[in-house]
Each structure stands twice: as structure tokens, then as C-alpha cells.
Design a protein around this ligand. Structure first.
Ligand SMILES: NC(=O)c1ccc[n+]([C@@H]2O[C@H](COP(=O)([O-])OP(=O)(O)OC[C@H]3O[C@@H](n4cnc5c(N)ncnc54)[C@H](OP(=O)(O)O)[C@@H]3O)[C@@H](O)[C@H]2O)c1
Length: 286
């Protein structure tokens, strides 16, 4: 493979509703924090859209709404190309608070709908109350799908017992080679019910890139460690992967990770260096 050239379209994964989304999208945490960098951040997201990474993940939390404003700039004039994901903070997630938070996000995003709206993590508001608000937003057309983030297996079970809870469209969690805990029970639980896992911090915010085994496996393919880490998630075929990249060279590199085909030998070597869990590991979050 070459490091930068995308090959073919981005594969898609069906949500429980049947609608499909690209398996490789773009994150936005840390965007919008520095006013002078906003234009470049929006340009990086637009480049990602041009390359087919049309799922964009943001949140009201990021830069206190600043990331959503960067996203608005990036998607101006091309809203229909994009599958837009945003999140409500747990302390806003009351019946009324969720609706107000969503309306603020819509204003910052300069759009009339969010495609997938997630509860960012569990807080003190009873889940049933947040769910009621999410279902209301969906009925009103302000969000098209709803889901959760940082939900461990017990949280998913609790959600599934609530009326309407079975309609959850995704669970966004920390998942990468160095954080494989979900493989023990959460990932099988979600797979059995065809609830997609969206893997955040897929390259561990850069911390895993110096790992010698990851470097060696990637180098065998003329690829970078970041591409190796992304390819390991992508080869699974049913994980949504949302690396964040503000630098255009990173955007291109991440897109090209789809062309990296890990061999059985690569996978075995990665398994030895980054073992799968053999017992329950409580869900970690960043
Ligand atoms: N739900 C949650 O609680 C939660 C938590 C964390 C993250 N998220 C979401 O998941 C997204 C991704 O996670 P993340 O931002 O934490 O971490 P990440 O995507 O693992 O890493 C982002 C960092 O890696 C760098 N990078 C990107 N591509 C690279 C490449 N090819 N080579 C070398 N470095 C590269 C980026 O640099 P540049 O930006 O300079 O290009 C940035 O510093 C977030 O942006 C956010 O949307 C959700």
C-alpha cells in the first residue's frame, strides 16, 4: 500500500434501522479550542469528507460548543453528505435539559437535525428520563437516531429493559489495541443484538504509536503505526472508527488505512503484544 492513496469507497455498516454509515469517520475533540486554528480544523474535516469519511462525531462538551461551530463551518453547503453525531452532557440530560441542549447544538451546528444523538456518559439523571427526551426529539425530527456512549454491559442491559430502549442505534466507547476490555462481554453483547460499537480514541490519542510491535507490523506493509492501529479495528468489519485529525496529512493517512490488509501473521503478532481480555474489565473512559 502507499501511505496516502485511498483505494475504493469507504465500506458502510448498517445501523439497527437499516440505514448505513461509513465505517471510518472523523472525531473532533480538541477542535474549536483555539480561534486561530478553526479554519484549518474545518478544512481538515472537509478534506475528510472529500475522501469519503462523511461521519463526523462531535459533542456539546468539546470546546464548550466550539467544536460544533467548527463542524458547522466544515459542513456548510454540504449537510446532506454528512452523518452528524453529537452528544448531550449527562448533567444536561434531564427531560427538559436534553431538549434544550439539543436545540443549542442544532444552532451551533447550523442545521435542522442531528443524525445520531448520544448520551455522552451516564450521570445522575434516571436513564428513563433521558430516554423519554431522546424519543421526543426523534418524534420531532430534531434527531434521526439516538444512542449512548461509555455504557458498559450492565448499563446496556438496564437500557434494554426500558420501553423504547431496544431502539438504541450505537454505543460509542473507548476501544483500540491497548484497550481491548470490551471484547470480553460488551462487544459480544452488542454484536448479538446488532448494536454497532463506535470506537473512540482509536489510536489512543497517539500514545500507542511508538509501540515496537505495532511499528514492526505496520512497517511490513509500508504503513505507519497509526494506519496499523486503525486497520486492526477496521478489519473487524462491524466497528465504526472515528480518528480525530486536524492535520491534512493525518487525514489522508487515516483514510488510506482502509487499504491496509493485515495478515493472519500480523493479527497473531498483535494479539501477543496486546492480549485480548480473559476476564471482565470494567469499561474504561477518557
Ligand atoms: N464519547 C467519548 O467519551 C469520547 C471520548 C474521547 C473521544 N471521543 C471521540 O473520538 C474521537 C477520536 O478520539 P481522540 O480524539 O480522543 O483520539 P485519537 O483519534 O485516537 O487521536 C487523535 C490524536 O492523534 C493524532 N493523529 C491523528 N491521526 C494521526 C496519524 N495518522 N498519525 C499520527 N497522529 C495522528 C491527532 O493529531 P492532529 O489532530 O494534530 O492531526 C490527535 O492528536 C474524538 O475526537 C471524539 O470525537 C469520544
Amino acid at each position: 500500500m502507499t501511505r496516502q492513496d485511498p483505494v475504493g469507497p469507504v465500506p458502510r455498516l448498517a445501523l439497527p434501522s437499516g440505514e448505513t454509515v461509513p465505517i471510518l469517520g472523523q472525531g473532533t475533540w480538541r477542535m474549536g479550542e483555539r480561534p486561530h486554528a478553526r479554519r484549518e480544523e474545518a478544512a481538515a474535516l472537509r478534506l475528510g469528507l472529500d475522501l469519503g469519511m462523511t461521519l463526523i462525531d462531535t459533542a456539546e462538551m468539546y470546546a464548550d460548543g466550539g467544536a460544533e461551530e467548527v463542524v458547522a463551518e466544515a459542513i456548510a453547503g454540504r449537510r446532506d453528505e454528512v452523518f452528524l453525531v453529537s452528544k448531550v452532557l449527562p448533567y444536561n440530560a434531564s427531560r427538559k435539559g436534553t431538549i434544550a441542549a439539543c436545540e443549542r447544538s442544532l444552532r451551533r451546528l447550523r442545521t435542522d437535525r442531528i443524525d445520531l444523538y448520544l448520551l455522552h456518559w451516564r450521570g445522575r439523571v434516571p436513564l428513563a428520563e433521558t430516554l423519554e427526551a431522546l424519543l421526543q426529539l426523534q418524534r420531532d425530527g430534531k434527531i434521526r437516531h439516538w444512542g449512548v456512549s461509555n455504557f458498559d454491559t450492565a448499563d446496556m442491559e438496564e437500557l434494554a429493559r426500558l420501553g423504547g430502549g431496544e431502539q438504541v442505534a450505537a454505543n460509542q466507547v473507548l476501544y483500540n489495541l491497548t484497550r481491548r476490555g470490551i471484547e470480553y462481554d460488551l462487544l459480544p453483547w452488542c454484536r448479538q443484538r446488532r448494536i454497532p460499537i463506535m470506537a473512540y480514541s482509536p489510536i489512543e490519542q497517539g500514545r500507542m504509536l511508538r509501540h515496537p510491535v505495532l511499528q514492526r507490523v505496520a512497517a511490513r506493509h509500508g504503513a505507519t503505526p497509526a494506519q496499523g492501529a486503525l486497520a486492526w479495528l477496521l478489519w473487524q468489519g462491524d466497528i465504526l472508527v472515528i480518528p480525530k485529525a486536524a492535520r491534512p496529512e493525518h487525514v489522508r493517512e487515516n483514510r488510506a488505512a482502509l487499504a491496509l490488509q493485515l495478515t493472519a501473521e500480523d493479527l497473531a503478532e498483535l494479539d501477543r503484544a496486546f492480549p485480548a481480555p480473559t476476564r471482565k474489565v470494567p469499561l474504561e473512559m477518557l
